[in-house]
Design a protein around this ligand. Sequence first.
Ligand code: SDX
Length: 427
Amino acid sequence: MADNKAKLTIAETSVDLDVLSPTLGSKVIDIRTLGSKGYYTYDPGFTSTASCESKITFIDGNNGILLHRGFPIGQLATESTYLEVCYILLYGEAPTQEQYDKFKTTVTRHTMIHEQITRLFNGFRRDSHPMAVLCGVTGALAAFYHDALDVSNPVHRDITAYRLLSKMPTVAAMCYKYSIGQPFVYPRNDLSYAGNFLHMMFATPCEEYVVNPVLERAMDRIFILHADHEQNASTSTVRTAGSSGANPFACIAAGIASLWGPAHGGANEACLRMLEEIKTVEHIPEFIKRAKDKNDSFRLMGFGHRVYKNYDPRATVMRETCHEVLKELNLNDSLLEVAMELERIALNDPYFIEKKLYPNVDFYSGIILKALGIPSNMFTVIFAIARTIGWIAHWNEMHEDGLKIARPRQLYTGYDERDFKSEIKKK
Ligand code: SDX
């Protein structure tokens, strides 16, 4: 794909580098040969670095565009289902009815987990954060599923993909049930992916749980909107962990750990806490002031994005879904009022305009999830369920493209070589 050259001149040395052209988006300078010439690039946080080639998702941050295998997120969110989007992300094309039915049946039939895993939960305190439990139990799946671990074998990778996609909602719902002291609810094969998750979250042995189709659709749409987002922090973590050939369940556990951070997937929980702290519209100016204060670490949760310097297209769909859910439940959430006013003020404030800080996917999701009856400490768990397919698709693509262990270099600014003299009296 090299269609022109770049010349890097450092002192007397000149290095010719290929410039590679994408299908969409920015050209990239291929610096792979630089290391052999004794030079490295320096880019903490990878703000200007393409870590891999990928065909899965494309984001145009300036124009607020998000494509999954070329399909716009707005169309997928309104016309598709999460499982159909999973198929598209994993296999690259929209499924035929026959392919979809087979995929759905396979996912449905893998939703149960090994019964022994239920005992793992007893090792956690009841007040553990559900993300801590999800991370631990997902990693522990590596101790239970040994029969398809040849990561170089595409058939094994497919089996692992099904297991993770199918079991993540079951484990996630168990994290919730464990935290509230209710019995685990087994998955049901007659329910949809989203409906089954709501059932496992809210059913009890004492009465039938009837899935509300509007809430089921909202849940499915939230899963779609969080399914994948190219090389974000958690996906890059899964790629890095997987680049050593590591166990896939352990790699996904690493992705969960990275997603948990408030700058990433933990922002939805942090955003709701922020809205609750703001409480009323009258308090907004004080928080906007704090968000602009360089000496205050406070940031407007749910605002800003490394790539989107325009509206996050997912936030647009999330906003519509938010209104649908509140209308269906006849809820008048004062937090939505605060959120709408905060959005209006921020979008007209020079600070946010100059820094191109727009609401992101996490800004509205918390309000919807709260309306669905999901506690805020489960918000990032929901994000992890949805993002599991993105992590798997990228992990799979990395293996398909040929594994190369991730091993970045550094800018060393420590001591020069010096002699060691111990002050410690050796016993
Ligand atoms: C997700 O990568 C992905 O694709 C992630 C994600 C996905 O689907 O995987 O989209 C999901 O993680 C969405 C983002 C959720 N995080 C939040 O909502 C937390 C709040 N946002 C910020 O922490 C921040 O915007 C980041 C982390 C999201 C992006 O930070 P960057 O790109 O590293 O930008 P930056 O921190 O360098 O900020 C640039 C400037 C700074 O000011 P200056 O130093 O230039 O003066 O903008 C300011 C920041 O202080 N700024 C904010 C702000 N976000 C950035 N100021 C106030 N409030 C904010 N939210």
